[in-house]
Ligand binder design. Structure first.
Ligand code: PGA
Length: 257
């Protein structure tokens, strides 16, 4: 299984000029890189998706940061999975904690989106993780269990290999701290166990489980390599092509041992 290095650009890159500068910088950083053992996925804001696609860099796959569960019609302001697919988008982040927190997304609405993404040929990157308060109240494992089970309710085992699970402790996102390698491994084991319950071992083993939350060149060894994760979901540092590509390098090199 290739390691996944996913960049979530969030609501940044405010103009076509800024986008072009970003892409030019990224191209420079990627020049000469092989990254055979990892797959780089970038999730730009919707308005930049087409330009990222036209940029046509074979080393980069595209993902969206969200989508609606319906495919077409009177849903003002929403984006259809079919629109994304038709633009060359392969992945979609669903259930990110910022969507849950600021836009009231529930496990139920995320479940509808997961089903629709899979039906329409997009690979969902399902984000789960506990808030600081839930961690302090020792509710981490219960919260993760509910999020995974409810978001994947009704998904057929044959679709399992299309899904990516991202463990993202909310308190680590955009912060200064990260969980210990042991805490991450514990979350990974739990998620794997739930996936085995849902899909059976053979299919559950096909689901990559990645880590997100304050990933940078200093933390990546601990949160991904040492804790045996299948990749990372990167926010802030994906806006810095130099750092982003360096993180991909560290992960890629770790696959050689
Ligand atoms: P961060 O964000 O890398 O800035 O902590 C991660 C995320 O929100 O997925």
């Amino acid at each position: 299984m290739k390691k996944l290095v996913i960049g979530n650009l969030k609501m940044n890159i405010l103009s076509p000029d800024e986008r072009d500068r970003y892409l030019a910088w990224l191209k420079k950083e990627l020049a000469g890189k092989k990254n055979n053992d990892s797959e780089i996925i970038l999730c730009p804001p919707f308005v930049h998706m087409e330009a990222f696609k036209k940029w046509n860099n074979k080393k980069i796959h595209l993902g969206a940061q969200n989508m609606f569960s319906e495919t077409k019609g009177s849903y003002t302001g929403e984006i259809s999975p079919v629109m994304l697919k038709n633009l060359g988008c392969e992945y979609v982040i669903l259930g990110h904690s910022e969507r849950r927190r600021y836009f009231g997304e529930s496990n139920g609405s995320i479940n509808l989106k997961i089903a629709s993404a899979l039906k329409n040929g997009l690979k969902p990157i399902l984000c789960v993780g506990e808030t600081r308060e839930e961690k302090e109240n020792e509710r981490t494992l219960g919260v993760i269990t509910n999020q995974v089970k409810e978001a994947l309710l009704g998904v057929k085992r044959a679709k399992a290999e299309q899904i990516i699970l991202a463990y993202e402790p909310v308190w680590a996102i955009g912060g200064e701290k990260v969980p210990t390698a042991n805490e991450i491994m514990e979350a990974k084991l739990l998620i794997r166990k739930i996936l085995v319950d849902l899909f059976g071992k053979k299919y559950a083993d096909l689901v990559p489980i990645i880590y997100g939350g304050n990933v940078n060149i200093k933390t990546v060894a601990g949160v991904c390599v040492d804790s045996g994760m299948d990749g990372v979901l990167i926010g802030r540092e994906s806006l810095q092509p130099h750092e982003f590509v360096k993180i991909a390098d560290i992960i890629n090199n770790s696959c050689k041992f």
